[in-house]
Design a protein around this ligand. Structure first.
Ligand code: GLC
Length: 427
């Protein structure tokens, strides 16, 4: 009897999961709860890698080269014949992202110059049809899938290699607009059909023509039909699933992700030496997590596919930090207890993390604590502090005189019950 009941339960379970996935595949609009569960993995992830890579990576003067140096397409096209990245090894990119604590990677499948790293039936300006003679996106997708790394495709709508698209900023003539929109639709279809599971579609390069001319609504509907769980950003001119502030942290009530360069250029530019210090990058990551947002950090491989040494070094250092302090980042959000005297705070369940930018010495004072602090522990050394609490003021004693972390020192506070703050007169 027990056996029969067990079998029936399994059958029932199977039926419900199947009908659920059928419902999902029909492209029916997601309910807010479904929407939340769809973005949950991404919001928990908090940290991703952005990769700008294309034919512009060989000359190494940034990804806007064609436009900024006013290069006619006939001349720019020669770069594609030379683009034959012998050292391209996406497994290495994925391994580096993983070791840095990044949970997803967004790669430019095509930037504003229109050059596709993927095979496309509707364009000849592609890696397989020029110097490289291979589908570079296929290799990237395989590397991500093999390593269980979530994968996203950046796709620029604008395409400078189309006659009449440059100069920037003016409305496109209707004939060209139709060709461009048709091309975008077909290429998005190719990208979301030929490379297995795609987790994120990251649009960019909407022209002044706006989402109507690009048929963004239809593009998004098609994308969701082809990849039911895909997350789509807001740069097709429609809100999509998340907002994308660029080189700034702007909190939003909806899911958001700040993308940042490591130096000041997205594409490979060896002469741009304006690298942000590791401490600053970690501060930005923590700042996003503490405000409920994601942080997408860019790397720029050279024309051969190799990451610059400075970038590899920075990734390693971030990884070292996150292995010790990741609890304050993954799945973290804003904390009701704030510490404006110390830096930032984040919260995961009953834990509050002090992300200390200004280490005060062997006693760390906290204020505006509305509930009792049970324990306080330095994540970097595991040392527990001696706690003194008077009302909403708390002192953590017997800690090191100098910050034990070179970048951002984290103290984990465990509260008796729910962490609560009292209202500070300022934030
Ligand atoms: C801007 C730039 C582009 C870069 C992107 C990253 O749109 O035009 O070069 O890829 O930002 O967010």
């Amino acid at each position: 009897m027990k056996q029969i009941i067990r079998l029936l339960t399994v059958a029932l379970l199977l039926m419900t999961t199947t009908s659920y996935s059928i419902a999902q595949n029909t492209g029916i609009t997601a309910s807010p709860e479904q929407q939340n569960s769809k973005t949950q993995w991404w919001q928990d992830a908090r940290f991703g890698m952005f990769i700008h890579w294309g034919v512009y990576s060989s000359p190494g003067r940034g990804e806007w080269l064609m436009y900024q140096e006013h290069i006619p397409f006939s001349e720019y096209a020669l770069l594609a014949n030379q683009f034959n990245p012998q050292k391209y090894n996406p497994k290495d990119w994925v391994a580096k992202a993983k070791a840095a604590g990044m949970k997803y990677i967004i790669l430019t499948t095509r930037h504003h110059d229109g050059f596709c790293l993927f095979d496309s039936k509707v364009s000849d300006f592609t890696a397989p049809k020029t110097g490289a003679k291979r589908d570079l996106i296929k290799e990237f997708a395989d590397a991500c899938h093999e390593a269980g790394m979530r994968m996203g495709f950046y796709y620029s709508l604008k395409d400078w290699h189309f006659p009449g698209v440059l100069p920037e900023g003016a409305p496109t003539n209707p004939h060209t607009m139709k060709l461009l929109a048709d091309q975008a639709r077909e290429q998005i279809r190719e990208l979301l059909t030929n490379y297995g599971k795609v987790d994120i579609l990251w649009f960019d390069g909407l022209t002044v023509d706006g989402p109507k001319s690009w048929h963004s609504k239809e593009l998004l509907a098609m994308a969701r039909k082809l990849q039911p769980n895909i997350l789509i950003n807001d740069r097709s001119g429609l809100p999509g699933d998340f907002a994308t502030p660029e080189n700034k942290v702007i909190a939003n009530s909806r899911p958001w992700e700040s993308c940042y360069t490591m130096n000041r250029t997205w594409g490979y530019a060896p002469n741009d030496r304006n690298y942000k210090p590791v401490a600053e990058i970690i501060r930005l990551l923590a700042s996003c997590a503490s405000k409920n947002g994601n942080f997408l950090l860019n790397v720029s491989p050279d024309g051969e596919g190799t990451l610059p040494t400075e970038q590899t070094e920075t990734l390693k250092k971030i990884g070292d930090w996150i292995r010790v302090n990741g609890k304050a980042i993954y799945g973290a959000g804003p904390s009701p207890v704030v510490a404006p005297n110390l830096g930032m705070t984040s919260r995961v369940g009953d834990k509050v993390y002090l992300l200390i930018q200004r280490w005060p010495g062997s006693t760390v004072p906290i204020a505006w604590c509305g509930s009792e602090v049970k324990s306080a522990r330095l994540l970097s050394t595991g040392q527990f502090a001696r706690i003194e609490q008077k009302g909403d003021r708390v002192w953590l004693h017997d800690l090191p005189e100098a910050s034990p972390d070179p970048y951002l020192c984290v103290i984990e506070l465990t509260f008796k019950g729910e962490p609560k703050g009292t209202e500070p007169p300022y934030k």
